[in-house]
Every structure is written in structure tokens, then in C-alpha cells.
Ligand binder design. Sequence first.
Ligand code: ZN
Length: 130
Amino acid sequence: MQELKTEIAVSLSAPGETSTAGKVMIEQLSVGSRLVKACGMGLVGLLVTLLCVAVPLLHLVLVPLGLLMTVMLIVSSCKQVECIAGGEGVCPYCHKALTIVRRKKKFPFFERCESCSQESSIEPEASSAT
Ligand SMILES: [Zn+2]
């Protein structure tokens, strides 16, 4: 299961502040790791659904809903081909290092600074757009 990682430059911007630079790793998920993730999601969904069986009356609604959610979780994790594996940048507000956590690949996204708790918008730099 070889996973491909590409590094792309991003810019962190905030209203009224000059934007700063950063970088994120884009991870190409292999079929194997997507399947493993989908199975994990499916297991979690089934466990939650099993717990819902024990809830009186509400289980009439919760169990079918849980099964539906499980299927949706599996499908959505199978469809996810790329994700942001993580990255780093400079906070536009306090200019301290900002850590970007692992998430779905979707731009722009928002990351909260650990030092000043301000949220900045992160998007790929125009020159490195893929
Ligand atoms: Zn900050």
C-alpha cells in the first residue's frame, strides 16, 4: 500500500491581515487504504446501530437510520481519493507557527491558530494550483 504524497504551497489569509505562506501535504489514498478506512467506518456505524437497538421505542427510528448512515459513511470514504495529510503555515494574525491537521481535501478550509485562537482561511497559492 504505497501512498503518494505531494506538497503544495498554500496561502493563509484573514480579513484585514496580510496573507502568509504555508504548505500542506496532499495524500493520494490507495484502493487498499480506502477499503481499510471504509471497513473501519462501517464497523463504527454498525456498532452505533447495535447500541441503538437497546433504546426503547426510539430504536424503531434509530436502527434504520443507523444502517442508512453506515452505508453513507462507507460510500463517502470509498469515494475519497485524496486528503490533506497535514501541513504547516504562519498565522496571519500573530505570525506564529500554525499546524494544519489531517482533513478531507476541500479548499478553501479554515484552521484555528493555537496561539491566538483566530481562524484563518487556507487556499492553494495561485501559482501551484493543480
Ligand atoms: Zn495566531
